[in-house]
Design a protein around this ligand. Structure first.
Ligand code: NAG
Ligand code: NAG
Ligand code: NAG
Ligand code: NAG
Ligand code: CA
Length: 385
């Protein structure tokens, strides 16, 4: 734009002179150039006389002077108009330039906004792929469980990431992958179960509940054998922590200060210590009949549920708690008040059927919360020896 203005300024004299040297008069360029455009009539007369000579005047001199003066005024007027026009066009030019710059700025700021959005999308994708990276590549760590891995890494790694680690519990030939939660409540948690989206089928026979199933980074059941290996290590004690989230995003928990399982020959009977928490002790329930502490595990094809030959639950005759609970596995005792392997679905959809995640002691105004997600984790308790 500066360039255009400069060119206009350079061209201006030429534009003006070309309009002023028409054929209407007998003036040529050199006469205009030597004219000083002064209004003094004497000066113009003297000049004209000097150039042309008094004798050669074909038109009376005073008429020539008058013509000259008129011409001069006309030239002046034209120059003035040209300058005005130039001013106007310059202002228009400036306005155009500014408008163009404004448009360019608008476009730029839109582009900046778009870029910012892209950067945000990208960085969230990077974050996501980071968490996926954990889940795809297990960390080769020879800890005995997540608490042990945390204890051995805590002095060398500033922030231990949550993710999949390989563990090798003491006194076993078995190594396997587990999901370690290293951020939650001090870290060192081995995840035993996670139920979040209902995409994993928990309708499973005994062998699956014994060996484990699902995706460690998402929904899964670690497997009773593996949990048994972990909690059965020498000189260790484990606590169990149940973390619940309701459909309306309320969180709650139940924890037990001691947790162990019997071996498979005893159907992995559960043993729980003292309860603490905000969700109530649904494992034990309200009376001894529904107490699941010390109960053996049941699955769709292995019935240890305490209903022999049947139980009466809410006026229904129940032969198999697993069947009643959509063929999931749990430590049922006359079914009881807990089954965290149910579906994370609307309770209203399955009226009468106990197919959803059940932790019946967690209630609001006497009504059990509809549970959206749950995880069960275990962690070593420091022992004084
Ligand atoms: C200017 O006048 C000259 C001589 O009188 C003539 O040859 C020429 O064509 C004229 N030009 C215009 C543009 O009228
Ligand atoms: C301009 O006028 C001068 C003086 O009258 C004359 O000598 C010259 O030839 C003229 N030039 C043209 C291009 O007509
Ligand atoms: C029972 O489990 C299957 C498989 O996990 C699931 O698709 C289905 O929705 C469940 N049914 C009910 C009533 O919860
Ligand atoms: C069970 O049946 C009894 C007697 O018919 C009735 O009073 C009670 O409300 C029923 N309970 C449920 C949960 O349906
Ligand atoms: Ca039964």
């Amino acid at each position: 734009m500066m360039w255009t203005t400069a060119v206009l300024l350079l061209l201006l004299p030429h534009l003006l002179s070309s309009t002023d040297t028409g054929n209407g008069t007998n003036f040529n360029q050199s006469e205009i150039d030597s004219e000083d455009l002064s209004d003094a009539p004497g000066k113009g007369q003297k000049l004209l006389g000097g150039v042309k000579g008094r004798d050669t005047c074909s038109i009376p001199c005073d008429i020539t002077v008058k013509l000259l003066r008129d011409e001069k005024h006309s030239v002046c007027g034209q120059l003035q108009q040209s300058l005005l026009a130039f001013g106007r066009s310059t202002r228009k030019l400036m306005r155009d330039v500014m408008e163009e710059q404004q448009r360019a700025l608008d476009i730029l700021s839109t582009q900046v906004t778009e870029l910012m959005t892209k950067v945000q999308t990208l960085s969230s994708e990077v974050q996501r792929s980071n968490t996926e990276m954990y889940s795809v590549k297990p960390v080769q760590s020879h800890g005995r469980d997540c608490s042990d891995i945390k204890d051995s890494l805590v002095s060398v790694v500033p922030k231990i990431p949550s993710g999949i680690y390989i563990v090798h519990p003491e006194n076993t030939d078995s190594s396997f992958e587990v999901f370690c939660e290293m951020d939650y409540m001090g870290g060192g948690w081995t995840v035993m179960q996670r139920r979040t989206d209902g995409l994993t089928d928990f309708k499973r026979p005994w062998v699956d509940y014994a060996d484990g199933f699902g995706n460690l980074a998402g929904e899964h059941w670690l497997g009773l054998k593996k949990v048994f290996y972990i909690v059965n290590q020498k000189d260790t004690r484990f606590q169990l922590h149940v973390a619940l989230v309701s459909n309306d995003e309320i969180t709650s928990y139940a924890s037990y200060d001691d947790f162990r399982l019997d071996s498979e020959t005893q159907f992995f009977s559960i043993h729980l210590g003292r309860y603490a928490g905000s969700a109530g002790d649904a494992f034990r329930g309200y009376d001894q009949e529904q107490n699941q502490d010390t109960a053996p595990f049941s699955a769709s094809d292995v019935d240890n549920d305490g209903c022999n030959p049947f139980c009466s639950i809410e006026n229904r005759t129940v032969e198999s708690c697993s069947t009643q609970h959509n063929q999931t596995g749990w430590w049922f005792n006359q079914c009881g008040l807990a089954n965290l392997n149910g579906s994370p679905e609307n309770a209203e959809q399955n009226q009468g059927q106990r197919t959803h995640i059940l932790w019946d002691t967690w209630r609001q105004n006497g009504v059990p919360h509809t549970i959206k997600s749950v995880s069960i984790k275990i962690r070593r308790i420091a022992t004084n020896n």
